[in-house]
Ligand binder design. Structure first.
Ligand SMILES: NC(=O)c1ccc[n+]([C@@H]2O[C@H](COP(=O)([O-])OP(=O)(O)OC[C@H]3O[C@@H](n4cnc5c(N)ncnc54)[C@H](OP(=O)(O)O)[C@@H]3O)[C@@H](O)[C@H]2O)c1
Length: 322
């Protein structure tokens, strides 16, 4: 749940965006700048999907690509804060965890997760949000039992980057009691666990080395596995050997560009319930656009744009609630 939000009218007022224009007036709209800040700034579906949603919205928001090394993030955000023509900024890898101290205020999800992926500018202030968390909630709802009281309590998270922070924040908020975070570089998982030390004091949150023997032990008692390591995006590779996967697990693989990843296929074969990262991505994009414009985008617009970006037929892209 985002603690801070604007009504559509408030958002338009603060961003100086006129109420929804007729199609004939869209070309006369003043433009509002929205940089995506990352390093390296590889071309991702996010840019194309947001562009499609924002062009349909008629808000005049135009996306810019800002490749900035980590030590230049603060300067980039100062420019956004000072410029009246900026709507906000999108924060991409590897800056999400570095961004919270640079905000003037944080949403509850950004504060708890210690990661920001969207800044909204208002009154020369930048409020940081974490819409990845909205996405993770949608992803979990798509695979876990409808009745929340029946949700499992044990989970394994692969990865410890900005996306994994949103995952852990949502798991803690959803009542999980035992969460193991495995990362290629253990120190990053340890930093994640240290960040959550207060929020997670009522439960067991542990950083664990990424070794087969440890994966096997952790998966034996965890009903839910979430892959936030990106392994599988290149196709063909699973983050864990199929032989280590127990039967009947819930698997949320946040990989976006394959309807079925090798990890999902292996889990499904063992009776598991699986989802890729598409529904999570679409839910996160929906909330991002709503924060920036005050109006939720058409889900079909986002889904069509994601299909185009991924080179998939639209039917192959998940819908939120699938
Ligand atoms: N679908 C969604 O809504 C959604 C939302 C957020 C993220 N994601 C996905 O989640 C992935 C991570 O995103 P992020 O924002 O967390 O990025 P990030 O902050 O750059 O973190 C990357 C994470 O992936 C791990 N990793 C990368 N390559 C690896 C490899 N070859 N072997 C093992 N671990 C590897 C990194 O481990 P080290 O720390 O050891 O380098 C780190 O934990 C991306 O694929 C992204 O698309 C999806």
């Amino acid at each position: 749940m985002i603690a801070w939000s604007l009504t559509p009218d408030e958002a338009r007022l603060r961003l100086s965006i006129p109420t929804k224009p007729s199609s004939s007036s869209v070309s006369e709209m003043p433009s509002a700048r929205l940089p995506i800040i990352g390093h390296p700034l590889t071309r991702t579906p996010l840019e194309g999907v947001l562009r499609a949603a924002l062009s349909e919205d008629g808000s005049g928001i135009e996306i810019e690509r800002w490749e900035r090394r980590p030590h230049l993030l603060a300067e980039a955000l100062r420019e956004v804060r000072a410029g009246a023509d900026f709507t906000g900024a999108i924060v991409a890898s590897p800056h999400k965890e570095k961004a919270p101290p640079l905000a003037d205020a944080l949403s509850e999800d950004a504060r708890v997760s210690g990661a920001v992926n969207v800044f909204v500018r208002a009154d020369e202030r930048l409020r940081g949000h974490n819409t990845d968390a909205d996405g993770v909630r949608a992803g979990l709802v798509s695979i876990l039992p409808r009745v929340k009281g029946k949700w499992p309590r044990n989970a394994v998270v692969l990865g410890a980057g900005g996306g994994a922070r949103a995952v852990v924040a949502v798991l803690i908020g959803s009542g999980f009691q035992h969460v193991a975070v495995l990362n290629r570089h253990l120190h990053r998982a340890e930093a994640l666990v240290a960040h959550f030390s207060r929020t997670a004091r009522h439960m067991e949150l542990r950083a664990r080395p990424w070794h087969d023997a440890i994966i096997e032990v952790e998966l034996a008692r965890a009903e839910l596995l979430i892959n936030a390591s990106g392994i599988g995006a290149d196709g063909g590779e699973s983050p864990i050997p199929a032989g280590l996967l127990p039967s009947d697990r819930y698997v949320l693989d946040l990989v976006l560009n394959h309807p079925i990843t090798p990890l999902m296929a292996a889990a499904q074969e063992l009776g598991g319930t699986v989802a890729n990262g598409q529904a999570a991505f679409l839910a996160a994009c929906t909330e991002t656009v709503r924060l920036l414009t005050g109006t939720a985008p058409q889900l079909e617009t986002l889904r069509g744009a994601l299909a185009t970006e991924l080179g998939l037929p639209e039917e192959a892209v998940a819908v939120v609630g699938d």
